[in-house]
Design a protein around this ligand. Structure first.
Ligand code: UDP
Ligand code: MG
Length: 335
């Protein structure tokens, strides 16, 4: 195996990265790395492999399967080890505990050696047949990224579709980093794109955003998202909300900055209103104080300040975690 080949691909130029040349060992790399994060997926791994392997074999490429066992509490590791007997192209990166899907993907990106890399969910919600099309486009059109876009999410719950929609809209409205709508982590990325991602410094990672941020020539293909084949989703509403917060705070400072303008408007309004009250008192004398309007104003401003504090908290918390510089993940063993 090649140790760390990225070093001679990614060259620093000033504060930037130059990825215009290939590393000297490029030709020796396997063609394709399939990266599969797994968390409690014992039930679905065998069917995943029986679907995926024939497709990969039909491609006439060399390939490796990089499974990341993200601290599963079921028999995922045993199942993977057993499958490795049959399919020696399987590599298993075993985490010391559950670090989350974003960390598992980061590990996959760090460990994979292929000329191109495809992250895929193990539950067959990302149809492996699409890999054929992705590889064809990558080889023929010489693009660095082939995105798989979900055209039909009718198999996802109403809440998930609605919340995803709101997230993409909001994110693309306030963030400079446009994330293509309804595109998951399922995509093909070329080696130099992978090397660019590896150079990104953050520990709090929102992979969809990171993938989008690095850019490169991209082609989109469309597919239907299927239902999970076995096991159950590990993303509940609360986790999705946090993922959305991660996404927005990672690539935009708009939530921090909007308050300046809202504050200015409120300031102008209250100054005007203040003058009006003074004037009115001078002309008409003191009347009965407006209890309701005062109470409303206090509640409104008080709760606005709490929201602003919350927004500050989201960012400060992330600065705090980032400043510790902890590793993204810990690999207990590689099989
Ligand atoms: N996953 C992971 N770590 C986690 C949660 C999920 O590696 O902490 C993996 C999971 O095994 C699957 C993929 O991420 O391969 C997508 O997870 P899931 O199907 O639960 O998410 P959904 O499709 O519902 O968004
Ligand atoms: Mg799924």
């Amino acid at each position: 195996m090649i140790s760390f080949v990225g070093e001679d691909i990614a060259k620093s130029v000033g504060r930037g990265i130059n990825l215009s040349s290939l590393d000297k060992d490029f030709a020796q790399r396997v063609d394709l790395s399939i990266v599969v994060p797994c968390f409690n997926e014992e039930a679905v791994i065998p069917v995943f492999l029986t679907t995926l392997i024939p497709i990969l074999q039909s491609l006439e490429l060399t390939y490796e399967l990089v499974f990341i066992n993200d601290g599963s509490r079921d028999k995922t590791l045993d199942v993977l080890l057993e499958q490795k007997q049959t399919y020696p192209e399987i590599r298993i990166i075993n985490f010391s505990r559950n670090f989350g899907k974003e960390a598992a993907l980061s590990a996959g990106i760090d460990f994979a050696q292929g000329k191109a890399l495809i992250p895929i969910d193990v539950d067959l919600q990302d149809p492996p047949e699409l890999i054929r099309e992705m590889v064809r486009i990558w080889q023929e059109k010489n693009v660095d990224v082939v995105l798989a876009k979900r055209v039909d999410r009718s198999k996802d719950s109403f809440f998930k579709r609605w919340s995803a929609n709101v997230f993409y809209r909001l994110n693309n409205l306030i963030s400079d980093n446009r994330i293509p709508e309804n595109v998951g982590d399922f995509r093909l990325v070329s080696r130099r794109c992978v090397e660019a991602i590896k150079m990104m410094g953050e520990t709090q990672r929102f992979m969809k955003g990171v993938f989008a941020w690095v850019g490169f020539k991209t082609q989109v293909i469309e597919y239907q998202r299927d239902e999970r084949q076995a096991g159950k989703t590990s993303f509940n509403a609360w986790k999705l909300w946090n993922l959305a917060l991660e996404g927005i705070t990672s690539f935009s400072t708009a939530p921090l900055r909007v308050w300046l303008y809202l504050g200015l408007v409120a300031w102008l309004l209250s100054i005007t209103y203040g003058f009006w009250i003074i004037l009115r008192t001078l002309i008409f004398g003191v009347d009965i104080p407006g209890y309701a309007s005062m109470f409303t104003a206090i509640l409104f401003l008080g709760s606005t300040q709490l929201i602003v504090l919350g927004v500050l908290g989201e960012y400060i918390g992330r600065i705090y975690l980032e400043s510790k510089g902890r590793p993204l993940y810990i690999v207990e063993k590689e099989y």
